[in-house]
Design a protein around this ligand. Structure first.
Ligand SMILES: Cc1cc2nc3c(=O)[nH]c(=O)nc-3n(C[C@H](O)[C@H](O)[C@H](O)COP(=O)(O)OP(=O)(O)OC[C@H]3O[C@@H](n4cnc5c(N)ncnc54)[C@H](O)[C@@H]3O)c2cc1C
Length: 355
């Protein structure tokens, strides 16, 4: 049961909300995090597989991302390099794919042995026990008598500030702001795409990374689908053995079935791909706590890191976090962390936080 009064309420226990909470707690600011799901992490979601992990949300981080690289180093999150060595395959038309020399997707990227979910787990481990409240859906935010009132599961909590660490378009559609959100910012929030919110991600695990034996990188591009772009998702030293693909779907197209995926894997990699241990299909479009309805219709990425997201609203009481609001690496986990730092700095700099 959350206490009825605090200094800062944070909506969402993704990377952005959890990092915000840690930074505030480190300054002795009283903080509550409301998380709608029964788990932390939001778009960071890893599944156990064959003694390791595969990722249904974010997969990679990059060496030019200082926040992520520091966090991974300091928490010793067992990073390893994305497997890119070998040739790729391309499927130009229905039927078997062709092998190409080299791998056009061979961009260096980092992975985490325990999956990307080890990022939110690390951030949450820094928080006091009673900070994060799972299965608490925030439905209303308004300013009453100079303080912000946040309603979660029908209960009201009053605070000096609220950090909205969920995609702005989701906030605009799912949270009742009592008509207090000024239209320029409300309109901007409604129009801001959810990064990867229109994506269907597929992960297939195998007994063995057979493609590597044949000098293949596991990378593939398909003009046929349902998966458009495919990469190796095996763990360090090839275990668990896995491939993952992003599907390219038209607005309203259904997610592929396991049979669709299986048929395409056979076309791409031949009979060795006939018996996956498991096929996971994650449709982020239908995740109520990631994507608002009609998420595919949002396509103006110029809104990312918009100046209005950098400023508080609701009389200085509401601060935007979430990766979409970041001026740095918007869309990436790095952006989620940077947005948290800006939101917290705005609270610490500009307003006296009550005890
Ligand atoms: C398929 C996919 C692949 C990706 N690949 C990469 C990658 O390789 N590298 C990379 O850097 N980034 C990648 N990303 C993006 C990355 O996952 C995000 O940038 C990052 O996780 C966003 O964190 P966030 O905290 O801003 O938002 P979220 O992770 O969306 O967190 C928001 C949280 O708020 C909660 N919430 C929502 N509504 C409410 C409510 N009403 N009340 C309370 N809580 C609520 C949600 O449950 C969630 O936990 C990928 C994303 C996806 C989906």
């Amino acid at each position: 049961m959350p206490k009825p009064n605090t200094s800062v309420v944070i909506v969402g226990a993704g990377a952005s909300g959890l990092h915000s909470a840690g930074l505030l707690q480190a300054q002795d600011v009283d903080v509550i995090v409301f998380e709608a799901r029964n788990r932390i992490g939001g778009r960071l979601l890893s599944l156990p597989a064959d003694g390791g992990h595969v990722d249904l949300g974010a997969t990679w981080f990059w060496s030019n991302e200082p926040r992520m690289t520091n966090l991974v180093e300091e928490a010793d999150l067992s990073a390893f390099a994305q497997h890119t060595a070998g040739d790729m395959v391309v499927q130009q038309a229905p039927g078997p794919a062709q092998r190409l020399d080299g791998n056009q997707f061979a961009t260096p990227a980092g992975r985490l042995a325990r999956g990307m979910q080890s990022v939110p787990e690390t951030l949450a481990s820094l928080l006091d026990n009673d900070v994060v409240h799972l299965e608490h859906i925030v439905s209303a935010i308004s300013v009453v008598d100079g303080r912000v009132q946040v309603t979660a599961n029908g209960q009201e909590v009053t605070a000096d500030h609220v950090i909205v660490a969920i995609p702005p378009a989701l906030a605009a559609s799912a949270i009742d702001f009592d008509d207090q959100l000024p239209e320029p910012i409300a309109g901007l929030a409604r129009a801001t795409p959810v990064w990867m919110g229109s994506t269907v991600k597929v992960v297939a695990t195998f007994e063995h990374a057979f493609w590597r034996d044949e000098g293949l990188a596991g990378a593939a591009f398909s003009y046929v689908g349902p998966m458009r772009e495919i990469h190796d998702m095996s763990g360090p030293d090839g275990r668990p053995a896995a491939l993952f693909g992003f599907c390219s779907l038209g607005i309203g197209d259904p997610a592929p079935t396991e049979a669709d995926v299986q048929a395409q894997l056979l076309d791409l990699y031949g009979p060795d791909a006939a018996e996956p241990l498991a096929i996971h299909i994650m449709d982020w479009r239908t995740e109520t706590f990631t994507s608002p309805k009609h998420v595919e219709a949002l396509n103006n990425y110029q809104t990312y890191g918009h100046p209005r997201f950098q400023e508080p609203t609701l009389g200085g009481r509401l601060h935007w976090a979430s990766t979409e609001t970041s001026t740095v690496a918007p869309g990436h986990i790095e952006g989620a962390l940077a947005a948290a730092e800006r939101a917290v700095q705005n609270i610490l700099n500009t307003v006296q936080v009550a005890d």
